[in-house]
Structure formats: structure tokens, C-alpha cells
Design a protein around this ligand. Sequence first.
Ligand code: HEM
Length: 216
Amino acid sequence: MNSTRQFRFIFKPLVFAACAIPAGLMVLGIMKLQGITEFAPMDLGADPVSRLIHACGITALNLLLITLLVTPARQISGWNNLIRLRRMLGLFAFFYAVMHFTCYAWLDQGLDLAAIGADIVKRPYITIGMAALLMLIPLAVTSTSGMMRRLGRKWIKLHRLIYVLTALGVWHFYWQVKKDIREPLLYVAMFAVLMAWRIGWRFKGKFVPARVPEKT
Ligand code: HEM
């Protein structure tokens, strides 16, 4: 099996499975709460709603950062196939961000649109989270190969929104923490390193312009 086939039939399905694990753990946690199963590695505890909001939010943010890690990892390793993971990672980030919003809007706010609207307007960290989620939508919608071909260079420009929305996601996390800011600060640092790498690469004159990924 050549390396492209290995990537397509072994590595990519493994990454897909890894991305689906948090969702699987959450489903098991909910099933345990319902008394359907005893086996649940993720304990949703006394406040399952906030535990679910947390798990989906942090997974979305982790996946956004991992998506941004793909280009430096490819530049360091020279393994060009890695670029083919970006779409899947980005779509999983979108999925978890939508689940995060759904848990908040449905389980926390009882789909009370007036209360949700008031929260978005009055609580700045929610305003920022909402802006990040809205920016993810055009990226997800235009992630298909057909859209990549149709938009050409405009696709590349549009997908630069990932830098802005990840910054907003990190800021949203930082802002909602009440006391211990060490974890959000770690995310600020990781994002800063990923951006510094890109800037450094550009200044070294080795910057490879983002390409429209090939169809996988
Ligand atoms: C790309 C979009 C988003 C990302 C990456 C994201 C990420 C996060 C993260 C990492 C946390 C911290 C979890 C924790 O430690 O408890 C969080 C918390 C939270 N987010 Fe988001 N979020 C996003 C969008 C949104 C949106 C659209 C809303 C609602 C309109 C929202 C509402 C909340 C709430 C209510 C919390 C919990 C705050 C608390 O526990 O007091 N987020 N989010």
C-alpha cells in the first residue's frame, strides 16, 4: 500500500475516530444519567448541563487549534498529506461549536429566544462566542471541493477567517473564566505560538501561499 492509500484508508479514519471520541463519551454520559448504561468514562456529575457546555466548548477550541497546527506540522515534517486533514478537523470543530451552542440555548436557556438574545447583547463573552460561531458557518458551508474550485483564490481569503474566529474563541474562553486563568492563558500561548510560526515562516522568505486543497 503506497503512502497516499495508507493515509486515506488508515490514518484519516483513525483521526476521524479520535475526533468522534468526545461525542461518544458525552452520549455515554447522558445514557448513564438516563439509567441506560453503567459504563460512562465521562461523568457528567451534579451539573450535567454545564459539564456538556464545557466539554463541547473545549473540544471545539482544541480542534480549531489542531486545525491551525496542520500547516506547521506539514512544513516541519514535509508530509504533504497532512493538509488533507484540515477540512475534517475544521468540520469537527464546527460540529462541537454547534453542539456547545445547542447545549447552551436548549438545555441551559430552554430555547427562550428573548433570554438568549439578551445574553448575546449583554454578556460580552457570549457576544464574542456568537461572533466566532457565525464566522465558522461560511467556512463550513464552503468546505466542499466544489466550493473550493468555484471560489478559487476567494476561498483562500475567506478561510483566513479561521485566524480571527480562533482568536475570538480563545478570548471567549479567557473572558468567561472567573478565577483561575491558567488554562485560558495556556490557550492564548498556544494560539500565539501558532500565529508566530506563520509570521516567522513568512519573514524567512519560505512562506508557501495557502493552496486550495486537492479533492480527497
Ligand atoms: C467557535 C465558537 C465557540 C467556542 C470555540 C467556544 C468555546 C468555549 C470554551 C472553551 C468554554 C469554556 C468551557 C469551560 O471551561 O467551562 C466556553 C464556555 C461557554 N460558552 Fe462558548 N464557545 C463558542 C461559542 C459560544 C456561543 C455561540 C455561545 C452562546 C451563545 C457560548 C456560550 C458559552 C457559555 C454559556 C459557556 C459557559 C460559561 C460558564 O460556565 O459560566 N459559546 N466556550
